[in-house]
Design a protein around this ligand. Structure first.
Ligand code: GLN
Length: 284
């Protein structure tokens, strides 16, 4: 079969299942190890038998509802490819903005520092920790996750991207307290979806619930981090979080409860949704 026919046939099948037909091409050029424009140039070629089988298995997984990123096994984040599987949350565009905003604050508040100690709590694939380390070599990066399988993925990503990051398996702030770490910046994109909130099936059925759900109101893990963070913060420090789009009011109350008098700000993402929280300890 030639590529064009295979694409037409597959796109039609996906449309009939009300799935995104574009996924056919995305999967095909991934397994063909081609860029999108190269796929266009090979439309009239015969499909290699090996590639055909790889593609058909991938297409079948997609038809079963699996996210394209897990089928490909990689997702791009902040310009680098990260290995992903069902043990880690797929890195989101919104989270790239958290990385960007942290880098701006490093420029603003740590310009003179030779070393910046940063910890990432609940690192998952390691996307935040590794991107920060790659972008800012002055960072001494440590990252934790409660899932051994997630840490295996994160370690693989750090190795592939040649990023020196120390990983701990452990619960939230605990491993950093145990290692007596002190940080300039604490980062986290904790699970923040309220347990009973309805979310897309492709997310709910495939992404790890341990990375998604944050108790009844979605704020459980923020409270736990706020409670324990003081033990690992240096005298001057920044806390940086991703947050849910509808958590501004409730989370502000929590911040004022745990960090009375500390300046903080909630920043919107590119879709205009509240998405990031920064808390400043003796800075700003
Ligand atoms: N942004 C993710 C989603 O909406 C949730 C990530 C998280 O809970 N930290 O699917």
């Amino acid at each position: 079969m030639i590529v064009r026919e295979l694409m037409k046939k597959s796109e039609k099948e996906l449309e009939e299942l009300s799935l995104d037909p574009h996924a056919a091409k995305v999967l095909f050029y991934h397994f063909a190890k081609k860029e999108p424009h190269e796929l266009y140039l090979m439309m009239d070629e015969e499909v290699d038998e090996n590639l055909y089988h790889l593609f058909m298995v991938a297409l079948d997984r997609y038809k079963q509802g699996e996210p394209v990123q897990y089928i490909k096994g990689v997702e791009n984040f902040f310009g680098r490819d990260f290995v992903v599987n069902e043990h880690v949350l797929i890195p989101r565009y919104e989270t790239e903005e958290l990385v960007e905003q942290i880098l701006y604050r490093i420029d603003d508040y740590f310009a003179e520092s030779n070393e910046i100690d940063v910890c990432d709590i609940g690192t998952g694939s390691g996307a935040i920790a590794i991107s920060l380390k790659c972008e800012e070599p002055r960072i001494d990066m440590k990252a934790s996750d409660i899932s051994v399988e997630a840490i295996e993925v994160a370690q693989k990503n750090a190795d592939r991207l040649d990023a020196k990051v120390t990983f701990y398996v452990g619960d939230m702030v605990k491993p950093f307290i145990e290692h007596q770490d002190k940080v300039d910046i604490l980062v986290s994109n904790p699970p923040y979806i309220p347990v009973e909130q309805k979310i897309e099936l492709v997310v709910k059925d495939h992404e790890p619930h341990v990375a998604l759900f944050g108790g009844k109101d979605g704020l459980y893990f923020y409270r736990r981090i706020f409670e324990d963070a003081p033990a690992i913060l240096k005298d001057k420090a920044i806390l940086a979080f991703e947050i849910g789009y509808d958590q501004k009011e409730q989370l502000s109350l929590e911040v004022e409860h745990y960090f009375p008098g500390y300046p903080y700000e909630i920043i919107k993402d590119m879709n205009g949704k509240d998405r990031m929280l920064f808390i400043y300890k003796n800075i700003k």
